[in-house]
Write a protein that binds this ligand. Structure first.
Ligand code: MGD
Ligand code: MGD
Ligand code: MO
Length: 724
């Protein structure tokens, strides 16, 4: 973090800011401050009530400005998750064929010895790269996520490029444009006069932003939502702009076209702060007049104009860019096109008394935290380069790698049999009899069910870690609130135990969690380190902004880096009429596009699948809470009346979504809140939640986006028919 210490909200006196130490759980009825560990931008500060070593109640921390004293529908049920009868009590070894559900309990020393023995044998026969191991974001704690990498580096295992199923494409696009900076504090939404949720649904997946939006609206701000279906935020917006999936690049270019044509572009700002914009304005924008943009995006030309004028007229526009925009074949190009709009408007120049922008755009706040992640990951422990697979193509590594094949797999905090693209292929990989699979999780997920060995994981309530948000500017440390449930153990504990069995004695494997926090914060003022270790949320200032961009040139870059497909940065070689977005690829405009993303050849099905976050589920992380399963209800897909009629499908009828990869049985909800040509499913549920087939990701393709190796869930083509 930059040296400027941020403000710490003061804590109510009755709250223990530093909770139980490992040996002494807090007293009965104690209220302890902790952090929500889930993969969500809100990263809430939680006041946990503990009674007799059990978590009995959770509440949103009123002293945390972003949490604002409330929790979401999911985390309000946390005691049910932590003390769920579905928690895995002890290490389990399979006692039948893979997936048979027959297990025998084993002790931790037995389980760990088993792993060490199997891995030694694999290394001896196939080499260390026959082991594939990773930890993902089921727990966002920086120690839980990063420390396991030190072990994998030291052992020389093959690696998974994580984050790719989520946001690496959007990040690559943002970084190419602005560098790794987060100039706009999300709390600034409260002072905006125009809020745009572009490929985002804060009411569903970022609910703690909503009060800031409400505050702005109470002072007259308008809320515009740009999304293919009427999501929850769109239902409450002043204006929902229904765009076709994956055509946002064209929409943004259309907006910029209008801004330049009508003299509303801030040329002085661009001259000062940007590079490559003039060529972009002269060569690219003329190809995106509102009429053509309307054809590509489905947004009528007058609406493109109206939206551009709304942006131009705003004093403090606040654009929330959702990572969703990156999850298509040309996702990177789309995010770049949207991300440069604040520069065209000169919005970044509008700063507050603290010198930071009050207007602009944000994708993620994470860049504001200057943390030494490598102190935990320790890439220096790697002796030579190793094989790496994008998380997007995990299934391929498990089924196609042969030099050497993957013979041992360790998965921590991830449920890829449900959440990875082409989940059927992942499952086929996990089912291989010759693959030794270890899964560390708190619950018997679809992935764990296929393991050879399941290790019980603590929840955040039982472990110690430090968390930094990607949707606000606070970092917060938490000690265990309760002792481990059953024999569950944290990621850090498992890593240390395995390191010991392999004779690894680097200090990174001996440090305690507080030591890791100090290592992450190395170089920061001691006062700040102490404040973090006290358990209070600590705010850091935003980074970047006018004069402080972190691209190679130090300016906002409109120049596509060579690794971009440049799809929306056309034209080249006279291909001026080539459509933008992969919808364009279907329309036959593939031109000189690289073959691996040739859309037309891969789209024999007429409908596009859009998978959006579920409101009372976070991926599958709350499947073990019976109350939330009931609330989520049986899975449904939203179908436009036109598409339903054409297929003889009535509202509520059981249907199957299918393509060449598989099928999923669920009920149809026929509604005008979506578009023709689109099938929308909210939430990715465990396989057992569907009427047949499933899970949802058996349908999705594992092709990668233009940059960042990201997943392209929303570039999936399907059809729907009544379920026999
Ligand atoms: N309740 C809940 N909260 C969550 C999660 C959850 O599963 N459930 N997941 C968490 C995680 S891991 C993440 S990464 C974040 C995800 O948060 P986001 O990245 O913001 O969510 P998305 O999946 O991206 O979807 C948000 C909206 O984008 C729209 N969208 C999809 N494709 C397009 C497109 O091509 N163009 C446009 N304009 N809009 C599009 C969808 O309609 C959807 O309503 O949320 C986190 N929070
Ligand atoms: N079709 C489609 N698929 C998607 C998406 C989409 O938009 N559409 N979104 C994608 C996105 S953005 C993401 S981030 C991924 C998320 O995909 P996953 O990471 O698979 O998400 P979860 O289902 O929450 O699984 C996380 C697991 O970690 C476990 N866990 C929690 N805490 C700990 C811990 O401390 N230690 C260990 N060892 N385990 C722990 C939880 O119990 C849970 O089973 O899904 C992706 N999948
Ligand atoms: Mo995510």
């Amino acid at each position: 973090m930059p040296g400027v210490p941020g403000a710490s909200p003061s804590a109510p006196a009755s709250v223990a800011t530093s909770a139980a130490t490992a040996g002494s759980p807090p007293a009965a009825g104690a209220v302890v401050r902790t952090v929500c560990p889930h993969d969500c931008p809100d990263q809430c500060s939680i006041l946990a009530t503990v009674h007799d070593g059990r978590l009995v109640k959770v509440a949103g921390d009123p002293a945390h400005p972003f949490t604002g004293g409330f929790l979401c529908a999911k985390v309000n049920r946390y005691p049910e998750r932590v003390h769920s009868p579905e928690r895995i009590p002890t290490p389990l070894r399979r006692a039948g064929p893979k997936g048979s559900g027959r297990w025998e309990p084993v002790s931790w020393p037995q389980a760990l010895d088993d792993i060490a023995e199997r891995w030694q044998a694999v290394r001896a026969r196939w080499g260390p790269e026959a082991i594939l191991a990773y930890a993902y974001s089921g727990n966002m704690g920086l120690v839980s996520r990063n420390l396991p990498r030190a072990l994998f580096h030291a052992l020389g295992t093959s690696q998974v490029h994580v984050g790719t199923v989520c946001d690496t494409t959007a990040e690559a696009a943002w970084e190419a444009t602005h560098g790794p900076v987060s100039p706009l504090d999300p709390e600034r939404a409260a002072g905006a006069d125009l809020i745009v949720a572009w490929g985002a649904d804060p009411l569903t997946s970022n609910v703690h932003l909503w009060p800031f939006i409400e505050r702005a609206r109470s002072r007259g701000a308008r809320l515009v939502v740009i999304a293919p279906y009427r999501n929850r935020t769109a239902q409450r917006a002043d204006w929902w702009i229904p765009v076709r999936v994956a055509t946002d690049g064209a929409l943004a270019l259309g907006v910029a076209n209008v801004l330049f044509r009508e003299g509303r572009a801030d040329v002085a700002f661009l001259e000062r702060e940007a590079e490559g914009w003039r060529r972009w304005a002269e060569d690219v924008l003329p190809h995106y007049p509102p009429e053509r943009v309307a054809q590509l995006t489905g947004v009528p030309a007058p609406d493109v104009q109206r939206f551009a004028r709304l942006l131009a007229g705003a004093r403090a526009p606040f654009i929330r860019i959702g990572a969703a925009l990156g999850r298509t074949l040309y996702g990177g190009a789309a995010v770049r096109a949207v991300a440069v709009l604040p520069a065209v408007l000169g919005a970044w120049a509008r700063t507050g008394s603290d010198g930071h922008p009050v207007a602009g755009a944000y994708l993620e706040s994470s860049y504001a935290f200057a943390l030494d992640y490598e102190a935990l990951r320790r890439p220096d422990l790697l002796r030579r380069p190793v094989r790496r697979v994008s998380h997007t193509q995990l299934g391929r590594a498990l089924t196609e790698w042969d030099d050497p094949p993957v013979k041992a797999l360790l998965i921590m905090a991830n449920n890829p049999a449900v959440t990875c693209p082409d989940a059927g292929r992942v499952r086929r990989g996990l089912e291989r009899e010759d693959l030794f699979v270890v899964v560390h999780d708190s619950f018997m997920t679809d992935t764990a069910a296929l393991a050879d060995l399941v290790l019980p994981a603590t929840t955040s309530m039982e472990s110690e870690d430090v968390y930094r948000s990607y949707g606000h500017l606070y970092i917060q440390y938490a000690r265990p609130v309760i002792p481990p449930v059953g024999e569950s153990r944290s990621n850090a504990w498992v890593v240390r135990q395995l390191a010991a069995r392999f004779g690894l004695d680097d200090e990174v494997f001996r440090r305690d969690v507080a030591g890791h926090v100090r290592a992450l914060l190395a170089g920061q003022p001691e006062e700040l380190v102490e404040r973090v270790l006290s358990g209070q949320p600590v705010k850091v200032p935003p980074t970047g902004g006018p004069g402080r961009w972190r691209t190679a040139s130090g300016r906002i870059s409109f120049v596509p880096p060579p690794n971009f497909t440049a799809d929306t940065d056309q034209p080249r070689n006279g291909t001026a009429t080539r459509p933008a977005g992969d919808a364009g690829a279907r329309a036959g405009g593939a031109g000189d596009r690289p073959g691996r993303v040739a859309g037309a050849a891969e789209a024999p099905y007429p409908l596009r699948l859009l998978t959006a976050p579920g409101a009372v589920m976070s991926h599958t992380g709350f499947e073990a809470v019976a109350t939330l399963r009931r609330r989520a209800g049986a899975p449904v897909c939203l179908l436009h009346p036109e598409d339903a009629r054409a297929r003889g499908i009535a509202d509520g009828q059981p249907v199957m979504i299918f393509n060449e990869r598989g099928h999923v049985g669920l009920r149809a909800r026929v509604t005008g809140d979506t578009q023709p040509g689109l099938v929308v499913v909210e939430g990715t549920r465990a396989t057992r939640a569907y009427l047949s087939g499933g899970p949802l990701n058996v349908l999705t393709s594992d092709r990668m986006a233009d940059v960042g190796e990201g997943a392209t869930y929303q570039s999936t083509w399907v059809d729907v028919r009544p379920l026999p």
